[in-house]
Ligand binder design. Structure first.
Ligand SMILES: *Cc1c(COP(=O)(O)O)cnc(C)c1O
Length: 416
């Protein structure tokens, strides 16, 4: 038996763990010769497709030149080029780029920046963080603290800090959200962290750009920092480079990871506006931003991200995304009226629906059954409870996508 302890895996159930050997575009190949269509972009990271040749070449080239260097007080071309490139495609106000390694650390950095901002401005008591109900921001202690509480983090509850939870702005409930946010902001919060337009792990829950804009405006009125966690929504997932773009929102702090390297290698950035950087700027060493991880701005990861930026600049990525969105919509439309399927919805490349059943929630028995059914039919799918979503790499073919969606009615028809 393998000694590997897998994430989000109950080893006690003895479910099979396929051994993956190689992958290309939307296809994953196992060591025993099977292949699987990657319907979830290997957990939301793979954007263009597996082993994109330009990103792989950039990694190989950088690996022959500079592998790793301390980033405190040192720099290198891939990091500088990447920071400049991000500045070009992101809102002008996000002037400063801080590197880390994962979505969770990008969020931790954002929270620390927000607290540091208020502390250094002499308002250390302004430390309350506001969050949206059903949010997910990562599995570190800070990330869990600002995320939805549930079975995922029950044992760690004693360590999680208190936050102000704003009700999710479901259709018809928007005013309640804005009123709650207004009240919390008036009481003097430090920051509001949101997943713009789509709450991913919370069940692919969508809300409107208009509401995102209104929430940002409430925060701005009260000087509450607006943190956009675009770790999942960034890099084209919602149809635009960032989801905030659709609402005309410029956050004070922006977290990006997952697709930043095309999903090839870990990297994250937290971008901050000038006032946040300036609050830490001083001749006093005690005010510097006390955060680093060993691999901050790893040159090989940065080179992969620079290649990703070149792909965005030089290839019709948004056209591919729009086409994938149309295929997704057509697939959803074909399932309209199928008994047992509800809440069909799509934003950009993300399509989701619910399988109606008495028992819902993340541990709903339907998820592992559908996952196993999909696997038996050559598809990597990972439902969130009874929520089924498809979020494939942008290079998936129409035929591959149809193969994924055909599984859902087949699953409903299957015995047991
Ligand atoms: C995945 C995700 C994270 C955590 O990213 P990791 O790289 O897994 O640490 C944070 N926020 C959102 C919105 C995510 O989807």
């Amino acid at each position: 038996m393998s000694s590997v302890w897998h994430p989000f895996t109950q080893h006690g159930l003895g479910e099979p763990i396929p051994m993956v050997d190689h992958a290309k575009d939307a296809l994953i190949h196992t060591a025993d010769g099977r292949s699987f269509i990657d319907a979830i972009s290997s957990w939301w990271v793979t954007t263009h497709g597996h082993c994109n040749p330009r990103i792989m070449a950039a990694i190989a080239e950088q690996a022959g030149k500079l592998d790793q260097i301390i980033f405190a007080g040192w720099t290198h071309a891939p990091a500088e080029t990447l920071a400049a490139g991000l500045r070009e495609i992101l809102p002008e106000a996000l002037e400063h780029v801080f590197f880390s390694d994962s979505g969770s650390t990008a969020v931790e950095v954002a929270l620390k920046m927000a607290l540091g901002y208020w502390h250094h401005r002499g308002q250390a008591d302004r430390s309350r963080i506001l969050v949206l109900e059903h949010s997910y921001h990562g599995d570190t202690i800070g990330g869990m603290s600002v995320g939805a509480r549930g079975v995922f983090n029950r044992p760690y509850q004693p360590l999680l800090f208190d936050v102000g939870t704003i009700p999710f702005p479901g259709a018809g409930a928007e005013q309640a959200t804005l009123d709650a946010l207004e009240a919390e902001c008036r009481a003097g919060a430090a920051a509001f962290i949101v997943e713009p337009l789509v709450l991913g792990a919370g069940g692919m829950l969508f809300y409107t750009p208009a509401l995102l804009a209104e929430m940002a405006a409430v925060c701005a009125r009260h000087g509450v920092l607006f943190i956009a966690d675009e770790v999942m929504t960034g890099w084209g997932r919602t149809g635009t480079l960032t989801a905030c773009e659709q609402a005309g929102v410029v956050p004070d702090i922006l977290c990006l990871s997952k697709g930043i390297t095309g999903g090839a290698i870990p990297l994250a950035v937290t971008l901050a506006s000038a006032p946040i950087f300036e609050a830490h700027w001083s001749e006093d060493r005690a005010r510097m931003f006390f955060h680093s991880s060993s691999y901050t701005a790893n040159p090989i990861a940065c080179a992969a991200a620079v290649a990703n930026l070149a792909i965005w600049r030089e290839e019709p990525v948004l056209d591919r995304i729009a086409r994938l969105g149309q295929w997704q919509q057509a697939a959803l439309d074909r399932l309209a009226g199928v008994p047992g399927l509800v809440n069909h919805r799509r934003l950009g490349t993300i399509a989701a629906l619910e399988i109606e059943q008495p028992e819902s929630g993340y541990l709903s028995a339907i998820a592992p059954r559908l996952m196993a059914f999909a696997r038996a039919h050559g598809v990597l799918l990972r439902p969130l409870g009874n929520t089924v979503y498809v979020m494939p790499p942008y290079s998936i073919t129409c035929e591959q996508l149809d193969q994924i969606w055909k599984l859902i009615p087949a699953f409903l028809d299957a015995p047991g």
